[in-house]
Design a protein around this ligand. Sequence first.
Ligand SMILES: [Zn+2]
Length: 350
Amino acid sequence: MTQTMNLDSKDFANVVHAGNSEHTPCRFCRSVGKRRFFTASERQFGMGDEFTYFECGDCGSLCINSIPTQLSKYYPSHYYSFARNDGQHPQDIGWIRRKLRAQRATFNMYGTGLLGALVQRLGTDYFRYPWRWFQVAGVTPTSAILDNGCGGGALLRALRDQGFTNLSGVDPFIAESISEPNLKITKGEIFDLKGTYDLIMFHHSLEHVAEPARYLAAAAEVCAPGGAVIVRIPVADGYGWREFGEYWFALDAPRHLAIPTKKSMADLGVHCGLVLESSICDSESVCFWGSELYKRGIPAVRPDGQDTITADQPFPESELEFFRQRAREINAVDDGDLAFFLFRKPGAKA
Ligand SMILES: [Zn+2]
């Protein structure tokens, strides 16, 4: 029998002893040793269902103890990542625009190219993701890029709109596979894919799988030599978990099945044959306002599918600005609740 303990207790002693056959191994470090159990509720949609998690006594990761049998119930159709695009990303921008925007993307990533600089100056740029992700990965607009857990493919479509031409995504929860110009999205898992990629991205998707090691190993497998694997994921050894506990927005029970510490994430990469090149914290203000909502018993998404933060405006702008400032502060001291990891596959680029 597992035992649910008081969250305020940091005591790891009163737990099932190591080696107990009922023990789920830590989903990151595989330890079956001491751990602290706690209960976490579904709060994003206000369903309230409760789940047993544990904090690994060896590596500090947070893991759901057993996988809910009806996990898809917790991914309703208005789950945020199913959005296909924001209406600004047509399927085909035409080859002239594509070439010009690819020049602009190269300028935005690497600061090179007069034509790209000119397009950047004269054109309107709707890209709302950090170019730094792609710059540190070392990709070009023709690189083969895979987004694992891409949802409806919003990021991939935004990249296509910037002149990228070799884009793939995979997600088990979407309604059907999608094939469009320069973009292919597969309903399924990374294990189903045959290709080789210069960059594989996990944007807040690796915490949604029961066995992150399998997925990261699969990414390492399909990554070209010298290619990159990006993992953006919540981390348990940051401000969010420490300050908000089970109200922490990014705990997101039961969708988040395993949340590593910075070290257990880095160790898993090494275990999968990857080299950790860099990592930084990239928390956003939602760490604060989302967790505050949960403390007040307010879901982040209303029954009508609208975000509480925009529909109900529960915080004055001055407080939101304070939350944005706090997010910058925790990032600056490497204490954020979210982190970005850049792994490299050993070998020379072809
Ligand atoms: Zn562990």
